[in-house]
Design a protein. Structure first.
Length: 245
């Protein structure tokens, strides 16, 4: 039985009430761990993202597929392409037809601004975490996942307001700084489906990242809980549209 079939059965309410649920889910977790480990070995040399946050993305993809959340998968901050490649491999394994949209300058992260409370330290990271677009595309070609992928090169404030993606089921934000995360949320939050997942990579590390998330939520009256992935990562399951006065 394939993982996709496992997930679809596990999301069925009568099945969840059956006696076999615990055994079934234990089997699924074992199969999923084997598949995740296989994918991880293929991409771990191309990512700055830790195993825990990668696994959270993998699980989120299974969740949106099982729950039939509408939309594509978007990553803002792709760097060397490892986390995006993991998502591409997972979507292929699931038999999903979702597109994968990748936004990055491919010139390293931009400089932080005065909006970042930890500017004095953060400014030393400008230009770091660079991935070359042609190398990322070569990785995707090697893994045979390039067909579903759209690569969009440029700074977020240049590309995201005019982004062509219409509906989003999973939004992975790895933008580090206040301005990068704010423009991502301002541009793309409304396109995330109800039940969609927003994964935030730098929430626990950079003060500017954390401040951007809470400023956005406070500004628009949003109170969805942020689920802890690990020290840095958070997941936000969208349950409400923003309130605009």
């Amino acid at each position: 039985m394939k993982l996709k079939e496992f997930m679809l059965r596990a999301s069925n309410i009568p099945f969840q009430l059956s006696r076999g649920r615990s055994l079934f889910l234990a089997c699924w977790r074992r199969m999923a761990q084997d598949e995740f480990s296989h994918f991880y070995q293929k991409i771990h040399g191309y990512t700055y993202c830790c195993n825990t946050r990668l696994r959270a993305l993998y699980d989120a993809l299974h969740t949106i597929e099982a729950q039939k959340v509408k939309g594509d998968v978007v990553e803002c901050g792709t760097a060397r392409g490892g986390s995006a490649a993991l998502m591409g491999l997972t979507l292929t394994s699931l038999g999903s037809e979702r597109s994968l949209w990748l936004y990055d300058s491919f010139e390293g992260i931009p400089a932080p601004t005065q909006n970042d409370p930890d500017l004095e330290i953060a400014q030393h990271y400008a230009g770091d975490f660079q991935g070359e677009l042609d190398q990322v595309q070569a990785l995707f070609s090697q893994l045979k996942i390039e067909g579903r992928t759209e690569f969009v090169k440029g700074l977020f404030d240049e590309t995201l307001p005019a982004a062509q993606v219409e509906q989003i089921a999973l939004l992975h934000i790895d933008g580090d700084w206040y301005d990068s995360i704010m423009i991502t949320l301002e541009s793309l939050y409304d396109r995330v489906s109800i039940g969609g997942v927003i994964q935030l990579d730098d929430y626990g590390y950079w003060e500017g990242a954390r401040k951007a998330v809470h400023d956005f939520m406070d500004r628009y009256g949003l109170d969805d809980p942020l689920v802890v992935v690990d020290y840095e990562g958070r997941q936000w399951i969208k349950s409400q549209e923003r309130k605009v006065e």
